[in-house]
Ligand binder design. Sequence first.
Ligand SMILES: Nc1ncnc2c1ncn2[C@@H]1O[C@H](COP(=O)(O)OP(=O)(O)O)[C@@H](O)[C@H]1O
Ligand SMILES: [Mg+2]
Length: 270
Amino acid sequence: MAKIAFRQVTKGFFKDNGHFDLVLDGLNLEVGDGEFVSVVGPGGNGKSTLLRLLAGLEALTSGEIRVDGHPISGPSAKRGVIFEETLLYPWMTVRENVMFGPLSCGVDPREARQKAEEWLIFLGLKNFMDKYPHELSGGMQQRVAIARAIVNEPEILLCDEPFGSLDWITRELICDEFLRVWHRTRKTVVYITHALEEAVYLSQRVLVMTAKPGRIAKVVDIDLPEKRWEERGLRYSEAYADYVERVRAWFQEESCKGGRGPGEGRLPLR
Ligand SMILES: Nc1ncnc2c1ncn2[C@@H]1O[C@H](COP(=O)(O)OP(=O)(O)O)[C@@H](O)[C@H]1O
Ligand SMILES: [Mg+2]
């Protein structure tokens, strides 16, 4: 049985003028237990909407989403989220931020502290546990956000462009950290990104969505070594470049179909 299954999921919003704005249109999707899947697609085509529906933060218009075979009925601690904005509590130290989730779930304070510290050390933040979020760089804050999500031992991690605001080098490093976390925990991950290289680098499968209204248009299986952070030349390998090229080709095809062709938005040449 699939860990996550979308069946004919449709979602729309009523606009102020009364028109119905269809965002997702009959979307089908299955993710296996422990799989790392990325979702890419043209901007504004419903990727964040898809993730919010799966997080249980919004209701469907029609269709259904099942997790472990059960329809979802709202947010659940089983599904952790990591967004682009870390939303750390500014008045708490790094350690307290990570302990907050387990403490709220009734975990013994000593155990919560031990778990929090274990993940912070794993993510290279040993010397920053007593700092406050504003004292950390953006990359470090996102590591705290990863620790905070994973310490609650969710079964599924939902990520919406989590590293989008980081510079590219930091982003590559944190992707390796995130892969190590995935490899250690084998959580099911659904990862939204507009960076096609990142999608290929992280995932076992990349799903390419259509332009709005969004559906899954293409699926690319990525057959690269699992411990990618140990493969030094991976980002420069032919196999990796081929996957990125394939995803890019599908992505461009879908973007063009939606009227967002490569030329759109450019100033006319005189
Ligand atoms: N709460 C909302 N109310 C009205 N329209 C929304 C809402 N959330 C998203 N939308 C619309 O849904 C479309 C897709 O948004 P989103 O899922 O954020 O796209 P993406 O993440 O792929 O860029 C956009 O046209 C946006 O205006
Ligand atoms: Mg989005």
